[in-house]
Each structure stands twice: as structure tokens, then as C-alpha cells.
Design a protein around this ligand. Structure first.
Ligand code: SF4
Length: 356
């Protein structure tokens, strides 16, 4: 990794401050903290498409995509989205099938539907919202997204508080309080995030906090020796920054799913999720034992494991014979048409692998 702040690189371990290390009690001097953070950000920020040629639309799309998705995963999707749907008007006028196809593989498809609805509502407004509260009235925009859009795109003085910011603030203050979940931690740190917000430069300040969390103050092994705000950090000073924030471990639930693999004359049997379903409506997936009988002794083709939030899912795919009667939601889809339909990300990967 490139050194972000060479003048601050110290040769000793993070638990031993360098000579001349100034131990402030955060946030005794928010101006110094803001200055250190902003100077580093402006010199070392990553070039990202929504930063390099910013616009309100590009900020909104990036914020929807980056909920639950890492930047490196979202980048190709963002570029493809902008080529096909370059502004609010084109998004509002698009068919839902086009929107979902462009989103295919990013997961959490309610974000795509909400972004579509949001664009439809947005183009009916006489002018863009100008407060965090007004942004929250639009579909799919909650507390964090409204703060991010209002501050990043409109430079309004609103602090963003997400997992990155909670991690940084809890370490800067060596906060010992225990939290049952990340939502309660965000609420608890919101006043501090507001207190240290650079009100002259809210856009760059919020982006700098996110950048620091993403590239320096990692969840595991934070890079304290090159951190631009190390002199303000009590967590680094006490030698165990990684122990903050004190979040209760998530309760993991194991789930087992059996799916059928059924091929006939160049067609694959797929289940189409009903239009009114809460999740993945209208998308195709391999049918499960909820959709047709799958004998326990049927040959196992492959077993896949994946995680969604607190669920650890084991999916066993078994070869099955074509059913004599096809239930309503099951369809034969020609191999040639598979690229035209919307499959959820994991299902497309599995099908591609199994047809290879
Ligand atoms: S990287 Fe280290 S010094 Fe910087 S904020 Fe995180 S814990 Fe503190």
C-alpha cells in the first residue's frame, strides 16, 4: 500500500508512540483534527468516478449502490449504469426489467427498485430537496443516505454516521460502551460526529471519514503508523484500537436449502419469483424443494455455501428428472436465453459453472 502520510510513518509498533507524539484528548481540538483529516484526504483520496466528475445524480446512484456493496464490486456496475441511464429522467423512464438487469449481481434488489421509484418521484419535484429531512421523504433514502447525499452533493452541514465512522470515533475516544448492534452504536456516536464535523467543508469531511475507515482504520489491523489523525487517537495510544467499537457478536443462524438441477433438450428448469414477493420479485433462480419434490437420494451435483446478513446458508443442488406437471412459477428457459433473463448473482454463477 502506498504511504499516505510519509512524514508520520513511525518505525515502532502502534502501541509505542514516537517521540514528540502529541497526545490530545479527542475532540478537545476539532479544528486540528479536521485539518489533519482534510489535508490527508485531499492528497491521498482514491480516484472514484462519482468523485472525479460529481453530480447530484451520480452521488445518489453511488450511495444506493454502496449500501451493502464494496467499492471495487460496485465500480463496473456504476460505469455500466451511467452509460445506460445517465440521469434522473432516463432512469425514471426506464422499464423495471432494464433497471433490474443493470443491477443483476449486486444483490439486495430492493435498492434498485427504490432507486427507480426515487427517480420517478424526483423528476416530479419542482427542485431538488435542500435538507436531510426532505431527502428522507423520497423512496429508499434513510438517515445515512440522506446525510451522505445532502453533504456530499450539496455541501450541507450534516454528519454521516455509518460503520466506518462509528469505528473511527470509537477508537479516537477509546469508548468502552458496549452496543448490542450497529444501529444503536450509530445513534450513540451521532452527536460526536456532528461535533467534529467541519461545517465549512462538510462534503470533503464526510468523504474523508469514509475514506479513512475504508483505507486506513480497518476493522482488523488498523494502519495506525500511517494514520493522519493518530495524534488524536486514544485507542491507538492505549495499544488496542482493534477492540473498538465494543459490538456484541452477531447471532449466526445456519440454514439448509435443497435445489433441483433439471435439464431437458437444451432448456433449464427455473423458478420465477412472483411479482408481489418481498425479495427478488420477478427474478429467476434454481427451483428449491419448496417448489417441487426433490428426493433425498437424488444425486448431489454440488454444494454451495453463502452468507446473507446473519444467515449461513448451505445450498445442496441435486439432479432431478423433469416433472410431469409444471407448477405455475416453474419455467423451462433455453440455454440461449439465460443471458437475457435476470438471475440472482449466486444463481447465475452456479448455473454458468454447471453448464461450463
Ligand atoms: S487507524 Fe489507528 S490511529 Fe487512526 S483512527 Fe484508526 S485506530 Fe486511531
Amino acid at each position: 500500500m502506498a504511504p499516505f502520510h510519509e512524514s508520520r510513518v513511525a518505525p515502532e509498533p502502534i502501541i509505542a508512540p514516537a517521540n514528540g507524539f502529541v497526545a490530545n484528548t479527542f475532540p478537545d481540538n476539532p479544528t486540528d483534527f479536521q485539518h489533519d483529516l482534510l489535508t490527508w484526504y485531499r492528497a491521498h483520496r482514491r480516484k472514484l468516478p462519482w468523485r472525479e466528475s460529481p453530480s447530484l445524480y451520480r452521488t445518489v446512484v453511488s450511495e444506493f449502490m454502496l449500501q451493502q456493496t464494496q467499492i471495487k464490486t460496485a465500480l463496473p456496475y456504476f460505469e455500466r449504469w451511467m452509460t445506460n441511464l445517465p440521469d434522473f429522467a432516463s432512469l425514471a423512464a426506464a422499464e423495471e426489467s432494464t433497471v433490474l438487469k443493470l443491477w443483476e449481481g449486486l444483490g439486495y434488489y430492493s435498492r434498485a427498485r427504490n432507486l427507480h421509484k426515487m427517480a420517478k418521484a424526483f423528476i416530479e419535484m419542482p427542485s431538488p430537496p435542500r435538507t436531510q429531512e426532505a431527502w428522507q421523504k423520497l423512496p429508499g433514502i434513510g438517515s445515512y443516505a440522506s446525510a451522505a447525499i445532502a453533504s456530499i452533493a450539496q455541501n450541507l452541514p450534516v454528519a454521516c454516521v455509518d460503520g466506518n465512522v462509528v469505528r473511527i470515533l470509537s477508537r479516537l475516544t477509546a469508548n468502552d460502551k458496549s452496543f448490542t448492534d450497529s444501529g444503536s452504536a450509530s445513534k450513540s456516536f451521532a452527536p460526536l460526529a456532528t461535533a467534529v464535523l467541519n461545517r465549512d467543508e462538510p462534503s470533503d469531511h464526510n468523504q474523508a471519514m469514509m475514506e479513512l475507515g475504508a483505507t486506513v482504520c480497518h476493522r482488523r489491523s488498523p494502519l495506525c503508523t500511517i494514520c493522519p489523525v493518530r495524534r488524536h487517537c486514544a485507542g491507538s495510544r492505549n495499544g488496542d484500537p482493534e477492540s473498538y467499537p465494543r459490538l456484541a457478536p452477531k447471532k449466526i443462524k445456519q440454514v439448509a436449502v435443497t435445489r433441483g438441477w433439471c435439464v431437458q433438450k437444451g432448456n433449464l428448469l427455473l423458478h420465477r419469483i412472483p411479482a408481489g414477493a418481498k425479495r427478488l420479485a420477478g427474478q429467476y433462480e434454481l427451483p428449491s424443494s419448496d417448489h417441487l419434490p426433490i428426493a433425498e437420494e437424488a444425486t448431489v451435483i454440488t454444494t454451495k455455501k453463502r452468507s446473507i446478513t446473519k444467515y449461513r446458508i448451505t445450498e445442496t443442488i441435486r439432479e432431478i428428472a423433469p416433472p410431469s406437471l409444471l407448477p405455475d412459477e416453474l419455467h423451462w428457459v433455453s440455454f440461449d436465453d439465460l443471458s437475457d433473463i435476470t438471475l440472482s448473482g449466486p444463481h447465475r454463477r452456479w448455473i454458468t459453472e454447471l453448464l461450463d
